[in-house]
Design a protein around this ligand. Structure first.
Ligand code: PLP
Length: 479
């Protein structure tokens, strides 16, 4: 344990140094802590990293160029970067039971891009080299590439549809993956809201994807990765899992057996800043077959590695290997289930009727609202959430009909099951008392809403009261 005032001293001193150069930045950093302390943060993809993780990022590692990987750099003098990159990779391998870990991706999107290129290199480039009897990609003719792509049936990806909870990077147009791959989606059962594995298998048989992707941003249930792997194998697809959202639940051994992606997938990607509670960043885990291709991430698709963030990843992964992280991960799920039960008891409509992970998706059509109206009304009341599509959403991806809420951040603060019931009451009160607004010409608006400001103030105060017993970063005082 650090000495009692070490964390306060570290952050205070840092701000003093920054303030001497650009006081507005120091003020903004201080204001951000105050805002985070005051808001009931229910954004499912956010968390609070430890002071040690945060401090590991603010130093001279940021000054170092280190293209390449451990022991094979394009720059001299990378011995200390090698130390932190190797440490982060070692912790990741131990934590997740993976044969190989690549800890350079700057974000989840970047991790997915590294994985896609690795799979393409493995599935397209390597056979092409063999077939053309050449050693380098540069020696392949246009005709070699053309023939090979045709033989492989082009680049097809099958992933979860956006409105069922999939992510943009799983082959959708606004992301480069939607241009690299011909994409098809699997949805969820219209009645239960659950993944229908028979339908996924049927889609795989018809479409014959090169990559089958599992993983999600807004699906409140477990996915059986053993079955998904069987489906991938039956059509010769590479099976990739993007565990960005639930990596903390895998690390904390809440998702085990068929629900742990690592033993079942050929390649696994993740972010490090969501339920895993590390710095902002990404990571790729894989077996030895794909390791060389994955390690080519920089400079293939990534800019120079961020050694300061890799140092922070090493710290956060070391924290996740401690026994108390498993307790945290279990509490995240217990809290999400308590929140879901509290909402259901009060009459809310939830996608799939509940949750078995860290997130809950409220179908706010049950309150006569769009996701956008609900999100703003909750924000006015000191409750930070985000709007999200629900399956077959009639309001599209902008207005949506859902609100996604998650418990990783509040659980880090120490809130428990009793506070989740109180949180459900606050959410239900706001949504139940908000009504849709109209445009100037009297037509119904999907964005405007009516909420009594006195009620919003009252709920805001109640949210602050609820949080006051669970101070954020209690060891840190800036004043
Ligand atoms: N993959 C999934 C499943 C996600 O939910 C997200 C982000 O929300 C990402 C990837 C992208 O992560 P990042 O924002 O770090 O690029």
């Amino acid at each position: 344990m650090p000495s009692p005032n070490a964390e306060s001293t570290a952050f205070r001193s840092a701000l003093e140094v920054i303030r001497a150069v650009e006081p507005r930045v120091a003020d903004a950093i201080g204001a951000e802590l105050a805002d985070q302390r005051e808001s009931l943060k229910l954004i499912a993809s956010e968390n609070y990293a430890s002071p040690a993780t945060l401090l590991a990022m603010g130093n001279w590692f940021s000054d170092k160029y280190a293209e390449g990987t451990v022991g094979r750099r394009f720059y001299a003098g990378c011995q200390n970067v090698d130390t932190v990159e190797a440490l982060a990779a070692e912790h990741a391998k131990e934590l997740f039971g993976a044969a190989h870990a690549y800890v350079q991706p700057h974000s989840g999107i970047d991790a997915n891009l590294v994985a896609f290129w690795a799979v393409l290199a493995d599935r397209v480039e390597a056979p092409a080299l063999k077939k053309a009897q050449v050693r380098q990609v540069n020696d392949l003719t246009e005709q070699d590439w053309f023939t090979l792509r045709r033989e492989l049936g082009n680049q097809r990806m099958l992933g979860m549809s956006l409105d069922a909870g999939g992510h943009l990077t799983h082959g959708f147009r606004p992301n480069i993956s939607g241009k690299m791959f011909d994409q098809r989606s699997y949805g969820t059962d219209p009645v239960t809201g659950l993944v229908d594995y028979d339908k996924v298998a049927e889609a795989a048989r018809e479409f014959k994807p090169m990559i089958l992707v599992a993983g999600y941003s807004a699906y409140p249930r477990k996915v059986n990765f053993r079955i998904m792997r069987e489906i991938a194998d039956s059509v010769g697809a590479t099976f990739m899992v993007d565990m960005a959202h639930f990596a903390g639940l895998v690390a904390g051994k809440v998702f085990t057996g068929d629900f742990d992606p690592v033993p079942h997938a050929h390649i696994v990607t993740t972010t490090t800043h969501k339920s895993l509670r590390g710095p902002r960043g990404g990571m790729v885990l894989c077996g030895p077959e794909l390791a060389d291709q994955v390690d080519r991430g920089c400079p293939m698709v990534l800019g120079g590695p961020l050694p300061h963030v890799m140092a922070a990843k090493a710290v956060a992964l070391a924290e996740a290997r401690r026994p108390d992280f498993a307790g945290y991960a279990q509490r995240v799920v217990d809290n999400a289930q308590a929140l879901a039960e509290g909402l259901l008891r009060r009459g809310a409509k939830l996608v799939t009727g509940g949750t078995d992970n860290h997130l809950v998706l409220i179908d706010v059509a049950g309150y006569g609202l769009t996701g956008r109206q609900a999100e703003q009304a909750l924000l006015d009341s000191g409750i930070v959430t985000n709007r999200n599509s629900v399956p077959q959403d009639p309001n599209g991806a902008w207005y949506t009909s859902g609100i996604r809420i998650g418990t990783p951040a509040l659980t880090t603060r120490g809130l428990g099951v009793a506070e989740m019931d109180a949180t459900a009451e606050l959410i239900h009160t706001v949504l139940g008392r908000t009504t849709p607004g109209s445009n100037a010409d009297g037509t119904p608006s999907k964005a405007k809403y009516v909420l009594d400001p006195a009620l919003a103030d009252k709920v805001s105060r109640q949210a602050t009261d609820l949080l006051s017993a669970f101070p954020l970063y209690p060891s840190i005082t800036l004043a």
